[in-house]
Design a protein around this ligand. Structure first.
Ligand code: GCB
Length: 652
């Protein structure tokens, strides 16, 4: 990828990817059922206990993992997936900082504990922030980072003797430090006239509530002991021939055979291959197009991988099927190209956030959000400010919603958070994130951070190193970070492919003066473009709005003000998108919870939908705009018509 015509990338991409792949050790394939694989979700009620002891270490001192948690003291019922903060009535638990303990007793199918040819894996989708895991009191895994999955092979443990049940204990700590992602600090308040002994608070420099707990599915899955560990797919086009490069990593044996088939949506085999790597050619390929860019967006093929190995016990097979979208991504000085055509990000920033469940994964909420996105005519979002659940990206693949996939690098504002210790962790997080998300056609760009203090001296080296590493891991996608530093002072900007800028004109300054927005925004774009000649995205803009507040003439916090502010931005975006601006992402899709502060009225209210997903007036404004934008571009026409008829949403 990167600068220059898509054609150059067609030649270099597959070769470069080969180099990148070598850097990633071990796979993190999404656990799918197949003829050789089973899965057992452990969602539901877990036992829970927060360690309120002064040093928060009583659980370790008393080894709560050695016996059922209820024997250590009183426990609560805690739903998984969910944040623990908002499900109860206890204010102290809502703002708890330290170790919490989760436990679940499960029964395993007899075969799983007896068949030594079977591998049993415990997978935790997300535990915020640091997690330690024991099975029947035996330590099996530790993981740092709240937004990416981790696994433990527990076969030996569960197959070591007759077992009727199995106890999983997970201790999770939500304490942040200057070196975690996101960073945070613990502040001890020592004035005895104001605070009790040992009083502390956690300070954060990001604008969302630090929800914690088991936020995504916890599950067990099986594979044979010789198994498909990882698959990497990159795609390209040569005329109308789709090119699918694949690389497969097998664990458990060096002697195996791999058979690969690519099936279209009708189930017809369109290409076949053998071996651990290869190039599949698909004549007259259906491309993966974004929503509203084609009458059949989001076309997905299925890559069926079959592994056969000769083991002492006889032949063993493993099967895994990966959805594959054939598409290309490239940029020029002024454009973001998908399949060689200019793509305009008309979308939103989101959060994983909702009433009661906090950041807990929830299918109804997810489906509602995707219905709203399509109702809006949005074709893209940024996973502000951390990687979202894998199921979210799967729906993006299926619906053609393009994703800027962001790491949890939010709130990097102190010199300490640019240190080598922090950089090392950030490099590892990018490895985990790319390992998990590399095969999603919807993901078209990596974002490394949001609004870091990129004017600080160490920021130049930090971002140069981080971006180089990310590109080495995945040369097939552009890389960015989202800035709010001025174009003259930003030391990381020289290294990004696309300039993403957040600005809040007439919100965080010039309060109420919407008349200055157009001048200030035009100046912002022109300065950045003159300095860098790179495509630009307005990655945030917006205004807090309390649904139901009306003021005419518009006043801040009213629905009229939000609409008015957006319209001022749109006037400039409409000029600059004809030049080098390639996208606009509203802040925010929906209202969300934050820390308490006099600047936040029960959370951030910049949503165009409320936290309960009801529209404010601005949602209708954006909807009109996005459908108009889709309508404007010629090659959109038939797509828009068919979407409109299909969804009965819009009359052309
Ligand atoms: C920003 C941040 C975002 C905040 C938003 C706001 O620049 O990137 O996390 O929530 O502004 O509303 O202040």
């Amino acid at each position: 990828m990167l600068r220059g015509p898509a054609g150059a990338w067609a030649v270099l991409g597959p070769l470069l990817w080969g180099c990148g792949l070598a850097l990633l050790q071990g796979g993190m394939l999404y656990p799918r059922e197949s003829r050789s694989r089973e899965r057992k979700e452990l969602n539901g009620l877990w036992s829970f206990r927060a360690d309120f002891s002064d040093n928060r270490r009583q659980g370790f001192e008393q080894q709560w993992y050695r016996a059922p948690l209820r024997e250590s003291g009183p426990t609560l019922d805690m739903p998984v997936p969910s944040s623990f903060n908002d499900v109860g009535q206890d204010g102290q638990l809502r703002s708890f900082v330290g170790w919490v303990w989760y436990e679940r007793e499960i029964t395993l199918p007899q075969r799983w504990t007896e068949d030594l040819g079977m591998r049993v894996v415990l997978r935790i989708g997300s535990a915020h922030y640091y997690a330690i895991v024991w099975v029947n009191g035996v330590h099996v895994a530790e993981h740092e980072g709240g937004h990416l999955p981790f696994e433990a092979d527990i076969s030996k443990l569960v197959q070591s003797g007759p077992l009727s049940s199995c106890r999983i204990t997970i201790a999770i700590n939500n304490t942040l430090s200057p070196h975690t992602l996101p960073p945070g600090t613990i502040l001890y308040k020592t004035d005895p006239s104001m605070y009790p002994k040992g009083y502390f608070v956690q300070n954060i420099k990001f604008d969302f509530f630090n929800y914690a707990g088991l936020h995504r599915t916890v599950l067990l899955y099986t594979t044979p002991t010789t198994y498909i560990d990882d698959i990497t797919v990159t795609t390209d086009m040569d005329q109308d021939i789709g090119l699918v490069n694949y690389q497969i990593v097998v664990q458990g044996s060096d002697h195996f055979q791999l058979d690969v088939r690519l099936l279209d949506e009708e189930g017809k085999v369109v290409a076949k291959g053998t071996g651990a790597q290869g190039l599949l050619q698909v004549p007259s390929a259906h491309l993966w197009w974004p929503y509203l860019m084609h009458e059949h967006p989001a076309y997905l093929y299925s890559l069926e991988v079959k592994l056969t190995a000769q083991m002492a016990v006889g032949p063993v097979s493993d099967f895994y099927t990966l959805p594959v979208g054939i598409r290309t991504v490239a940029i020029t000085e002024r454009q973001f190209l998908i399949n060689g055509k200019p793509f305009y990000f008309q979308g939103v920033n989101k959060h994983e956030d909702a009433d009661i469940r906090g950041k807990g994964f929830d299918w109804p909420l997810l489906v509602k959000d995707f219905n709203l996105l399509r109702w809006l005519g949005a074709n893209a979002f940024r996973t502000s400010h951390y990687p979202y659940a894998e199921e979210v990206l799967q729906l993006c693949d299926r619906y053609g919603i393009v994703v800027i996939d962001e790491s949890p690098g939010v709130g990097i504002v102190s010199v300490e958070s640019f240190s080598n210790v922090s950089l090392q962790h950030h490099l590892e997080v990018m490895e985990e994130m790319i390992r998990r998300d590399k095969n999603h056609p919807a993901v078209v760009m990596w974002s490394l951070a949001n609004e870091p203090a990129s004017f600080l001296k160490p920021a130049g080296y930090y971002f140069k190193t981080l971006i180089a590493h990310t590109k080495a891991l995945d040369p097939s996608r552009p890389v960015t970070f989202v800035t709010s530093t001025s174009y003259e002072a930003d030391l990381g900007a020289p290294y990004v492919d696309v300039i993403c800028v957040n600005s809040y004109y007439s919100w965080y300054h010039d309060y109420g003066h919407m008349e200055v927005i157009q001048l200030q925004l035009a100046t912002q774009f022109e300065n950045w473009h003159k300095a860098y000649q790179k495509p630009m995205i307005q990655s945030e803009y917006g205004a807090d709005t309390i649904a139901g507040f009306h003021e005419d003439p518009p006043l801040m916090f009213s629905e009229e003000y939000q609409k008015g502010l957006l319209e001022q931005y749109h006037a400039v975006l409409d000029q600059k998108r004809k030049e080098y601006v390639v996208g606009e992402l509203i802040w925010n899709f929906a209202d969300f919870m934050t820390n308490q502060s006099p600047l936040r009225m029960i959370g951030n209210r910049k949503g165009i939908f409320t936290r309960q997903r009801q529209p404010k007036s601005a949602a209708f404004l954006l909807r009109e705009r996005y459908w108009k934008l889709a309508n404007e571009t010629r090659y959109h026409q038939s797509a828009v018509k068919s979407q409109c008829v299909g969804n009965s949403l819009f009359t052309v």
